[in-house]
Design a protein around this ligand. Sequence first.
Ligand SMILES: [Fe+2]
Ligand SMILES: [Fe+2]
Length: 261
Amino acid sequence: MRILFLGDIVGRPGRRAVCNRLPQLRRKYGLDLVLANVENASGGLGLNRKHAQQLHRAGVEAMTSGNHIWRYKEILPFLDDTDWLLRPANYPPRVPGRGYTVLEAAGRRVAVLNLQGRVFMDPLDCPFRAADTAVREMQEQNPDVILVDFHAEATSEKQALRHYLNGRVTALLGTHTHVQTGDAAVGQLGTGYITDLGMCGPGNSIIGMDPESILEGFMLQLPKRMSVADSEAVLEGVLLDVRAEDGKCAAITSWRDNEEL
Ligand SMILES: [Fe+2]
Ligand SMILES: [Fe+2]
């Protein structure tokens, strides 16, 4: 089974590139499932309903998110009503939405879990304990494959969760920094890992945003006026090959596509 998991989709350039290129990418790589983090898909911060539905129609079968998912109020009931759009599982109880889902793809049951880190980020419930609970609950639904998006800033926290979940999940994939790391690998117990998937967004930018506005924020220490950069999009993520017999990760390949749209 082959899965493409895309990093944070940023703004219109990211959405447009994903929607335009997915049909071709499906054929080219023989994809059975496409997943993405979508916390920056609308205007660079957050996600509205229209864009969630647009990406879903384009073939992103399930979506993870992170700290920016709460930006648009209209997404709160949508998170409750939709089983393909996730928010991190370790938000406090009673927060709208769900942290994991189980879907069918190519005759397999694929569980997808979203967690968020706590280092250099707003405080949340413990992602390690939340992972234990979620993995146990997901196991009750007999998944063939378990994928985890760990939306976190600190590389150490991501590596720590990798060790904690080693052998218990098919793959643990980092998001949030928008910068792809070069450490994609499968561990001895068959868990695929990358510290960060990167992003699907404008290439000539600072993590997807217009360089001028971000530079001004850093240099003047005034509140940042962030806007999505207007440049050609780069798509980044990983290709995962999953073994049919035991749901272990056979291969994880960091992937980048910046061909002319
Ligand atoms: Fe992001
Ligand atoms: Fe984030």
